[in-house]
Design a binder for this molecule. Structure first.
Ligand code: SAM
Length: 250
């Protein structure tokens, strides 16, 4: 009798750099905080059927730096781009609505959003979504974020805000590495804002972040549907005064 070895199908995950299944493009029509986006998704990227609940909660609670002029933003683990694209549209909308009859013409505040992503299919979708949503100020950082750090440092880029729905399934060790790399690229008044499922160890992970940056501040600013939205920053942030500001940032 001849035994034919069974062909084991290699599984790939949303955080794998490459993918194995055929793509099957799907369009999501998403409206959040007055910004409409059409996002193309496909299998083997994170949350292909709908925008992820955690991402939605993060965007709804997203905080901007006190000034966006010349600001650098990082979307860490951008996937097919919901956070970067929403932010780009929101900031453009903000620029337009801030113009008054006294301040023509429209000025460019010269901010930039960096979108870091490792998964090739997500990168392909991200590029398409940036073009189709007409977001001119997003630059993609392809590959593991840790590999982009030197390039960013040599270009003197420091982030005013880092937003992330982190790859929880890769484990806390990998996530800590990502957060540590991002933390080293923050401005003095910068912050990391992220979302974490409570049952996937949100509180334990906060303790680990404080182990690597014991003098930093960490605060849960929103709890919704089992998700925590957390701010991690070298300096305390006065969120309530920003919330009541008339800048339209919130
Ligand atoms: C939870 S998903 C969030 C995706 C997207 N931001 C969203 O909200 O739909 C995390 C993303 O991080 C990416 N990722 C994992 N490890 C990474 C790394 N070392 N560098 C950059 N991106 C990474 C994964 O491929 C995945 O797309």
């Amino acid at each position: 009798m001849i035994l034919i070895p069974s062909k084991k199908k290699k599984m790939s995950h949303y955080f794998s750099p490459t993918h194995t299944s055929a793509d099957r493009i799907k369009k999501l029509f998403v409206s959040l905080r007055n910004q409409n986006m059409v996002l193309q998704t496909a299998r083997e990227v994170f949350s292909p059927e709908n925008i992820d609940k955690g991402t939605e909660i993060l965007i709804n609670a997203l905080i901007l730096p006190s000034s966006i002029e010349n600001a650098y933003f990082l979307d860490l683990g951008a996937g097919y781009g919901p956070i970067s694209i929403w932010l780009s549209k929101y900031l453009a909308f903000h620029e337009l609505t801030q113009q008054t009859a006294q301040t023509p013409p429209i000025t460019s505040l010269n901010y930039k959003i960096f979108a870091s992503e490792v998964n090739e299919r997500a990168l392909w979708l991200l590029k398409r979504n940036i073009v189709s949503n007409k977001c001119g100020n997003i630059e993609i950082l392809p590959g593991p974020f840790q590999d982009s750090v030197e390039k960013l440092k040599s270009s003197n880029i420091k982030f005013n805000a880092v937003y992330t729905n982190p790859p929880l399934k890769t484990g806390h060790k990998n996530m800590l590495e990502l957060f540590e790399a991002a933390a080293d690229l923050l401005t003095e008044n910068g912050f990391i804002q992220y979302v974490h499922k409570k049952k996937l160890g949100s509180e334990g992970f906060q303790a680990k972040l404080l182990d690597i940056k014991p003098t930093w501040n960490i605060k849960t600013i929103k709890k919704q549907s089992g998700y925590h939205v957390i701010l991690f920053s070298p300096k305390p942030l006065n969120i309530s005064s920003r919330k009541s500001s008339t800048s339209g940032y919130f």
